[in-house]
Design a binder for this molecule. Structure first.
Ligand code: SF4
Ligand code: SF4
Length: 70
C-alpha cells in the first residue's frame, strides 16, 4: 500500500479531484476514504493539496517497481 491513512478529513473533496488514479472516493457524508489503495502511484498530490494535512503516504508499495533495460 502507498496511501496509508486519512485522519481528520473535513470533507472538502480536493483529494478526490486531485488523485490521477481515483484511489480516493467520498462517502455520502463527504468524507474521503481510500477506495483503491493498490492503484496509488505515490505522487503525493492528495497530501500536498489537503488543506488540513489529513493524508499520510507510506513509501512502501506492495508491488515492486520493475525496471528493465538493455
Ligand atoms: S499519492 Fe497520488 S496516486 Fe496516491 S492516492 Fe494520493 S493523489 Fe492518488
Ligand atoms: S483533501 Fe483532505 S480534507 Fe479534503 S476531502 Fe481529502 S482528506 Fe478530506
Amino acid at each position: 500500500m502507498a496511501i496509508k491513512s486519512i485522519y481528520g478529513c473535513i470533507g472538502c473533496g480536493t483529494c478526490k479531484l486531485t488523485c490521477p488514479t481515483d484511489v480516493i472516493q467520498l462517502k455520502p457524508n463527504g468524507k474521503a476514504y481510500i477506495a483503491y489503495p493498490e492503484d496509488c502511484q505515490i505522487c503525493h498530490l492528495c497530501r500536498l493539496y489537503c488543506p488540513v494535512d489529513a493524508i499520510t503516504i507510506s513509501p512502501d508499495k506492495s508491488i515492486p517497481v520493475v525496471v528493465s533495460w538493455g
